[in-house]
Write a protein that binds this ligand. Structure first.
Ligand code: PLP
Length: 373
């Protein structure tokens, strides 16, 4: 039996009628844009994040961009980002005409290494993007301790971290602003593209509203105070997300159960993911590291196990980043090693114990066959 990398059809099956009902309601009300489901989801998602307000947007990349815009990031500014993340953490920095400055990650927890912030910062540093990679909270206390006294803003890229927390504080509530993605495969996923910006500072978050709605402030349709964008969240996506949201904490618990099982079966055989101290890791991705990764990946695929790499290229190694006028200066050895060695195992909340067992058996077999340490 094959084990897929993810199984969204199986996840949605028990919610089928409820989701169809929510979508039908949107169809019948015709409130396709800015409908009540968007407002309801924003309210409930804010509660999850422990913040006063959330704002639905078109996708997670836009969420990062709008957070940076609301904080005033623009040409001439520098923004510090980790060297290992999805490109969308860094892309908006470049889109805004600012310059991405990279720091390496920590081995094990794989998040931005706060001890490297001092060397990476300058009087042009406007913001730091703290990515909760794979759902593991970034070391926010150290990052904020560096940023706050220097007036540097902190944006949490929580696109992989719905429901994660650090010392009891939900991700999204710690930085100046935070960005979430509801890309279908994320821990909380829509039926298409969607995202959210959240902030503990409700007034700052309100600066995003006109940006995503043609520069119009709420209740001021036809009056455009600034040049904005059309980057709202669709009502249909909000309706789907509203049905799924109440299940997120159970889904995250199950992901952690599978991760604990993987840890126990694979200890001593591969490099395991390490949880940030005090962190509640939500395992959007469960990634191990091992030499001869490519060989093991191929054996796993041949055994019918869905595997992935998050990510096989460090940020400074992408052509798009290396060809910038001021490309970030490496080396970033921890991120580079991770790119070569990382292997993501199947991870989804509806995975059975038998499937998890099968994944481990296949991995141990692939390593025995010559892909091990
Ligand atoms: C998915 C993701 C994004 C972008 O989200 P989209 O909704 O796909 O635009 C940004 N950052 C990280 C770390 C992501 O994983």
């Amino acid at each position: 039996m094959n084990v897929p990398f993810n199984d969204l059809a199986g996840l949605h099956k028990p919610l089928e009628n409820e989701i169809a009902g929510a979508m039908r309601e949107v169809m019948e009300s015709c409130a396709f844009i800015d409908g009540p489901a968007v407002r309801a989801f924003e309210r409930d998602f804010a509660t999850l994040c422990g913040v006063p307000a959330a704002m639905g947007v078109a996708n997670g990349t836009v969420a990062v961009e709008m957070a940076l815009r609301a904080l005033g990031v623009g040409p001439g500014d520098e923004v510090i980002c980790p060297a290992m993340t999805f490109i969308a953490s860094v892309e908006p920095v470049v889109t805004l005409g600012a310059r991405p400055v990279l720091v390496d990650i920590l081995p094990g927890t794989r998040n931005l290494d706060p001890s490297q912030l001092a060397a990476a910062s300058s009087d042009r540093t406007k913001a730091i993007i703290a990515v909760h990679l794979h759902g593991n909270p970034a070391p926010m206390e150290e990052i904020l301790a560096f940023a706050r006294p220097r007036g540097i803003k902190v944006v949490e890229d929580a696109a992989q971290g719905h429901g994660a927390s650090l010392n009891g504080r939900p991700v999204g509530s710690m930085g100046d602003m935070a960005a979430f993605s509801f890309y279908p495969g994320k821990n909380l996923g829509a039926f298409g593209d969607a995202g959210a910006v959240v902030s503990a500072d409700a007034a700052l978050l309100e600066e995003v509203r006109p940006l995503i709605n043609h520069g119009s402030r709420p209740g001021r349709k036809y009056y455009h105070d600034l040049i904005g964008f059309n980057m709202r969240m669709d009502t249909l996506q909000a309706a789907v997300l509203g049905v799924k949201l109440p299940h997120l904490s159970d889904w995250n618990r199950r992901r952690r159960e599978i991760a604990a099982y993987y840890n126990q079966r694979l200890a001593g055989v591969v490099e395991l993911p390490v949880e940030t101290p005090g962190g509640y890791h939500t395992y959007h991705v469960y990634a191990v590291q091992l030499p001869r990764r490519d060989q093991v990946l191929q054996s796993m695929q041949q055994a019918g196990i869905g595997v992935g790499m998050h990510y096989p290229v460090a940020i400074h190694q992408h052509q798009a980043i290396a060809s910038l006028p001021h490309p970030p200066q490496g080396p970033f050895p921890v991120a580079e090693a991770m790119a070569k060695q990382t292997l993501s195992l199947p991870m989804f909340p509806n995975m059975t114990d038998a499937q998890a067992e099968q994944v481990c058996t296949a991995l141990l077999r692939a390593i025995d066959a010559g892909g091990g340490l």
